[in-house]
Design a protein around this ligand. Structure first.
Ligand SMILES: Nc1ncnc2c1ncn2[C@@H]1O[C@H](COP(=O)(O)OP(=O)(O)OP(=O)(O)O)[C@@H](O)[C@H]1O
Length: 256
């Protein structure tokens, strides 16, 4: 999918950014999850290098970048699905090498790029999988209530993604890592999913979001990192990203 560049003109405020993003004035808390000098990849050569990326309780950090920049690799390494080549992942203030299932038990929720609903199960059954509290899932997405007895395979892509996200949120995680929630979805659904993520962050969840849908992601982001060729090419607050759209967009351009 082609990246959607942040091309909104200043002053064009047809999105609910101001309402979705909470005011942040408190001093920075220690991160729940952090990449510290992290390099990672597949086999010998690292795909991402020297990443420093803290994610704090109550904030949404968005990782942007062109195809192949290393966003998913970063997410998988932070989640414990990939071992770092060098550097460390810190969880709750200490370095961790725990695998994904142990990080999940400790409060990390990963929403991978492929919607992980079980198609042959009903929505109700999906919402009971993996220490999930169905009542919490329905609190996040009340619109799923009318589909509880439908097989997940019969839902639309957006509804399936709601089930995936509802389940992830209903495990009461302390950190949520989500890869391309918006992939292939209509803008209205993207907004709905991102609003649920923002609400969870406002309740204290630490969120790292990989997104191609830049404009939507900026509506809920607190901080933004742009990856290019496995390195951070640009970092700043969401307000700075909005004010420096050219700098952010240039990370998507091919090298001269
Ligand atoms: N399982 C794998 N084995 C080997 N190389 C991989 C594997 N997965 C990804 N890569 C390579 O690592 C690089 C970064 O991929 P990654 O998926 O992290 O990028 P991305 O920024 O998430 O891209 P996209 O936006 O296209 O999903 C790419 O060159 C990709 O081909």
């Amino acid at each position: 999918m082609s990246p959607r560049l942040p091309s909104v003109r200043r002053g064009e405020r047809d999105r609910p950014a101001g309402r979705l993003r909470r005011a942040r004035s408190a001093p920075a808390a220690p991160p729940v999850l952090a990449a510290c000098g992290l390099s990672a990849g597949y086999g010998g050569a690292p795909v991402v290098r020297d990443l420093d990326l803290p994610v704090r309780a109550g904030e949404v950090v968005v990782l942007l970048g062109p195809n192949g920049a290393g966003k998913t690799t970063t997410l998988l390494t932070l989640a414990g699905a990939l071992a770092p080549h060098s550097g460390e992942v810190h969880w709750a203030g200490a370095a961790t090498t725990a695998p994904l299932h142990r990080r999940a038990r400790a409060g990390l929720s990963l929403v991978p790029e492929d919607r992980s609903v079980i198609m042959s199960l009903t929505v109700r059954e999906n919402l009971r999988v993996g220490r999930c509290d169905p009542a919490l899932a329905l609190a996040a997405f009340p619109e799923l209530a009318e589909h509880l007895d439908r097989k997940a395979g019969l839902l639309s892509g957006g509804q399936q993604q709601m089930v995936t996200l509802a389940r992830a949120l209903a495990r009461r995680p302390t950190a949520l890592l989500a890869d391309e929630l918006s992939l292939g979805l209509a803008p209205q659904l993207v907004t709905r999913l991102l609003m649920a993520v923002r609400a969870a962050a406002d309740d204290g969840l630490a969120v790292l979001l990989v997104e191609q849908h830049v404009r939507s992601a900026l509506t809920i982001a607190d901080r933004v990192h742009v990856l290019r060729h496995g390195r951070v090419a640009w970092s700043g607050t969401a307000a700075e990203a909005e004010a420096n759209r050219e700098a952010v967009a240039s990370a998507y351009l091919p090298l001269a």
